[in-house]
Design a protein around this ligand. Structure first.
Ligand code: ADP
Ligand code: MG
Length: 459
């Protein structure tokens, strides 16, 4: 978004940011002062300093990806009420030896699984005297196979059909410790007549039952739809707990808390983080999606930096593009968001292999190389055709002429990958990339060819 020189002016007298030149340039080859993120940019980076530079950046990107990935965070922002209700329910029912059931609902990514996992970890000691079973119903081949799966967890011999169910019921009403059965992704157990769900939720009501059942599902009305029969006896119908979608503020706090665990300067800039939170909350309020978007944006920047770092000096006196340590910016995030929420490449290239015909791939690679060499996003069609012809020669591929090159550009434009500003003279038409370089490489997907073209560069 901002060139290094501009940034360095903006930030005079402030602490170093990503892309800032160091206050006192290190000698090439000397190690950086600290392994923190976003430290030094080597001025016109001469050889040996680069690997060191990249190691530093690589570390902070990897660290960022790791913290964005964690499934059960130590602290669950904005879920104090929900975790409190769960904890109270477990204490009352499991520790208090009162059979019962809890139905947890909420859209995907609202923190149901993470909250329950957190509570189970926190209450480990209190639950030590009971048997805890956690099953993800997604892994079952059919709704009915929940019964043999539970039997197996309880150490009972597997028995099919009604017999298996009866044996389980006998076991769960016999003397013994309390059994806490957690069924995640409960929506998967919907069956004809809802028999499976009905049977399960009846168990805690059986005389002398020692079962406490917790079901987690996306659907808000699963209980209404499937357990109307249970509802007829409200005193013992399941306790309900709903997880609302996260708001923009909550998502940005979640992201900030996660990324705050990475030492040094922020990997994502504040505007990018806010933008992600705003977009995701507008669509779904799904924390998983917000974390995924940020992780992908970090990957994109990491790849971009690596490509710049590894780019060999160009023969003929041209100075190579210097590696610019980059912070993930709004532009990166916004591109990932359009990728994730489906437009442009999402419809084709990202999903399947080889959705770009060979000539389009070669042309795109040529544009990438030329843009890097000229350090601009916009090149003329004439220059692009020259670079493309050269790449074709290097790769021993047939090249199309300039008129056909224009039609290839038009095809790529209709995919939203390129922008073409037409002029009277075709050769002077302006072509620019509309996507992040790393995203283009990702979309091309032909690592062998693309790798070879990019490694050889332009002569
Ligand atoms: N309040 C929160 N604070 C931090 N991370 C969260 C929070 N809520 C959800 N997450 C993260 O979002 C992701 C999805 O959450 P998850 O509990 O699996 O959602 P659900 O089970 O509702 O689909 C997980 O990686 C989880 O760690
Ligand atoms: Mg879940």
């Amino acid at each position: 978004p901002c060139s290094p020189t501009k940034r360095s002016k903006e930030n005079q007298g402030r602490r170093l940011l990503f892309g800032d030149p160091p206050a006192s340039p290190e000698k090439p080859g000397s190690p950086g002062p600290s392994p923190r993120c976003g430290g030094q940019e080597t001025p016109q980076s001469s050889g040996p300093a680069r690997p060191q530079l990249f190691r530093q950046e690589g570390t902070c990107y990897q660290e960022a990806k790791r913290v964005l990935h964690a499934a059960v965070p130590d602290r669950l922002h904005a879920r104090e009420r929900e975790t409190g209700v769960m904890r109270q329910f477990l204490r009352e029912h499991v520790c208090g030896r009162r059979p019962g059931s809890l139905y947890v609902s909420g859209a995907p990514g609202t923190g149901k699984t993470a909250s329950l996992s957190r509570v189970l970890l926190d209450c480990k000691d209190e639950l030590a005297g009971s048997k805890t079973i956690v099953l993800n119903c997604m892994s079952l081949s059919s709704p009915q196979s929940v019964f043999p799966a539970v039997a197996q967890e309880l150490g009972l011999p597997a028995a099919a059909g009604r017999d298996g169910v009866r044996r389980l019921e006998k076991h769960l009403t016999a003397q013994g410790p309390m059994v806490l059965l957690v069924l995640d992704e409960l929506d998967q157990l919907e069956s004809k007549g809802q028999d499976v769900l009905y049977t399960l939720f009846e168990w805690p009501r059986l005389p002398r039952s020692r079962l406490v059942l917790v079901g987690l599902a996306n659907a808000l009305d699963l209980m209404d739809r499937s357990l109307a029969r249970l509802g007829a006896r409200p005193a013992s119908s399941p306790q309900l707990l709903h997880f609302p979608p996260y708001t923009r503020e909550q998502l940005s706090t979640i992201l900030r808390e996660r990324l705050g665990q990475v030492a040094g300067d922020p990997v994502l800039d504040a505007a990018a983080l806010q933008f992600c939170a705003r977009k995701v909350s507008a669509v779904s309020g799904d924390a998983r999606k917000a974390l995924d978007v940020c992780r992908r944006a970090v990957e994109v920047v990491e790849l971009e930096v690596r490509n710049q770092t590894l780019l060999k000096p160009l023969p003929g006196g041209d100075s190579p593009v210097s590696p610019v340590p980059k912070r993930v910016g709004l532009l990166h995030v916004s591109r990932v968001i359009s990728e994730v929420f489906g437009d442009r490449l999402a419809a084709g290239a990202v999903g399947g292999r080889d959705t770009f015909p060979l000539q389009q791939k070669v042309l795109l690679c040529s544009l990438l190389l030329l843009a890097r060499r000229l350090r601009t996003r916009e090149v003329t069609l004439g220059k692009l055709h020259d670079a493309y012809s050269q790449v074709c020669r290097q790769q021993h591929l047939p090249a199309v002429d300039q008129a056909e090159c224009l039609s290839l550009v038009t095809l790529l434009e209709s995919r939203g990958v390129l922008e073409l500003k037409r002029t009277k003279e075709a050769r002077l038409a302006k072509v620019s990339l509309k996507m992040e370089e790393a995203a283009v490489e990702h979309a091309l997907q032909d690592t062998a060819l693309v790798g070879s073209i990019l490694a050889q560069g332009l002569r």
